[in-house]
Design a protein around this ligand. Structure first.
Ligand SMILES: NC(=O)c1ccc[n+]([C@@H]2O[C@H](COP(=O)([O-])OP(=O)(O)OC[C@H]3O[C@@H](n4cnc5c(N)ncnc54)[C@H](O)[C@@H]3O)[C@@H](O)[C@H]2O)c1
Length: 448
């Protein structure tokens, strides 16, 4: 079977390489010439563990190609997947479907054979139906079917998520589309991954409902963390105590600085708008969006509070920039409001991230210094703020930090350090939702 994927970003590239690994012939059509050049040279424009190898193997095997023209890419393709971006539209939070409809129009006008258009992009309820109408209008001569196949992969573990998904969702009214997608995902039958077949609208809503629910779970534990700090409880233990209940589950109960990334922020906003417009507003999702926005904006103040209310003149080392570990994705990263907030309060920032520094640089205030590695970032720092839980940061020994830093304040926004070990090394340790928050030992003398 041959398929085409329009858009070679996180989702398009990972899906393309994984389908190729399943033995399908895949053409990934990427509009950005610079990205395409990189791909043709065997370089991967994004950081995703294992992807370079998977792409290289499948290109060598002749199953994965990056054609320059759309016509070449979709020639003989039984299914054309749309994997372009659907960012939040400025101003109103609706999903911006400009790229989706531009891609669909190009595909429909170029097709010379019947095909199935499959949305892998996250699209609002009703989009599949509109794509079908557009295809019929533009190409009444050609049978074009439509299916929604939302993607649930997580950046950082995208390949495993694609190859061993909890489920695959396919929404379509077309028996032919169902058959082609069933065939495409056949390798997953062996590992008994459930395939949920639904109508178009249902599949589209499943994606938003899943992300809305996960965002709500994170926001819930974040609020519990705030409560823990007030009442002398420990959010780690609260999360474990509730997460062991099978009805709740342990995942997504890690308190932190608020969610970011390429999906939750825009998808919760879009879900809020979809629900409002449908006349069934979701007050839960509205609250999730508002609470999370406030939380991200409040992190600079939290650091200031840990320093006795004032960060002016302090050297602050920020470890982590990407919105989560194992990715270089900076979209809506909580590090951005944190660093901008600290700089506007007069702090000097030295930051380090193992993968996201190039992408972060243009988004940061110009005087933020980027360090070569974590030890360099913390050298001479008065305060250490950890905001992305890369594994290499977990390994930083408190004694080593104490030897490199000038001050003794650690603000651990991901609860990765051992509070006891930190305190034994002489640090005032501030986690999230941990019962005991230290009084600050930063004195005016340590500022300059
Ligand atoms: N990133 C994730 O973890 C993730 C997970 C699940 C779902 N999604 C959804 O998948 C979709 C894509 O997300 P992403 O993170 O891969 O976006 P992305 O911005 O990384 O990639 C989109 C790519 O499409 C290309 N493109 C745009 N228009 C094109 C066209 N007409 N022809 C060819 N290429 C075109 C862009 O140049 C870009 O490289 C979004 O709807 C997103 O919500 C993303």
């Amino acid at each position: 079977m041959k398929i085409a994927i329009i858009g070679g970003g996180y989702v398009g590239l990972v899906s393309g390489a994984c389908f190729a690994e399943f033995g399908v012939s895949v053409a990934v059509v990427e509009a950005d010439a610079a990205k395409r050049e990189m791909l043709l040279e065997g370089k991967i424009p994004i950081y995703e563990p294992g992807l370079d190898r998977l792409v290289a193997d499948n290109v060598t095997a002749g199953r994965l190609a990056f054609p320059a023209s759309l016509a070449e890419g979709i020639a003989e393709a039984e299914a054309v997947f749309i994997a372009v971006g659907t960012p939040a539209r400025r101003g109103d939070g609706h999903a911006d479907l400009t790229y989706v409809f531009a891609a669909v129009e190009q595909v429909v006008l170029t097709l010379d054979h019947p095909a199935i258009i499959v949305t892998k992009s996250t699209v609002p309820v009703g989009t599949g139906r509109k794509i079908a109408e557009l295809a019929k209008k533009l190409r009444p001569d050609l049978p074009i079917e439509v299916a929604a196949n939302p993607e649930f992969l997580r950046e950082g573990s995208a390949i495993t998520d694609f190859m061993r998904p909890d489920r695959v969702v396919v929404g379509t009214d077309s028996e032919r589309a169902r058959e082609v997608l069933r065939q495409l995902y056949r390798p997953l039958y062996l590992i008994e991954a459930p395939i949920v077949f639904t109508g178009l609208e249902t599949a589209e809503l499943i994606k938003y409902a899943a992300n809305g629910y996960l965002a709500m779970k994170i926001t819930f534990i974040n609020e519990m963390a705030d409560l823990c700090e007030k009442v002398g409880a420990d959010v780690h233990d609260v999360a474990r105590g509730i997460g062991l209940d099978g009805r709740i589950g342990r995942k997504f109960l890690h308190a932190g600085p608020g969610f970011g990334g390429s999906c939750f922020p825009k998808d919760t906003l879009a879900l809020m708008r979809i629900a409002e417009e449908a006349g069934a507003p979701s007050r839960l999702i509205q609250s999730v969006v508002a609470v999370n926005d406030q939380r991200k904006d409040a992190m600079a103040g939290r650091v200031a509070a840990a320093c006795g209310g004032e960060v002016r003149g302090l050297n602050i080392a920020v470890l982590g920039l990407a919105f989560k570990p194992e990715t270089d994705d900076m979209r809506e990263a909580p590090s951005l409001p944190l660093i901008h907030g600290l700089v506007s309060r007069g702090a000097r920032i030295t930051a380090f991230d193992p993968a996201a520094m190039a992408g972060a640089k243009p988004m940061l205030p110009p005087d933020v210094e980027l360090a070569r590695d974590a030890p360099q970032a913390v050298t001479g720092a008065d305060v250490l703020v950890l905001i992305t839980e890369w594994n290499e940061f977990r390994a930083l020994a408190p004694a080593k930090l104490a030897g490199l830093m000038r001050g003794r304040v650690v603000v651990d926004l991901r609860n990765v350090f051992d509070p006891k070990a930190m305190r034994e090394a002489g640090f005032a340790y501030h986690g999230i939702g941990r019962a005991r928050q230290d009084a600050t030992p930063v004195t005016k003398d340590s500022r300059n």
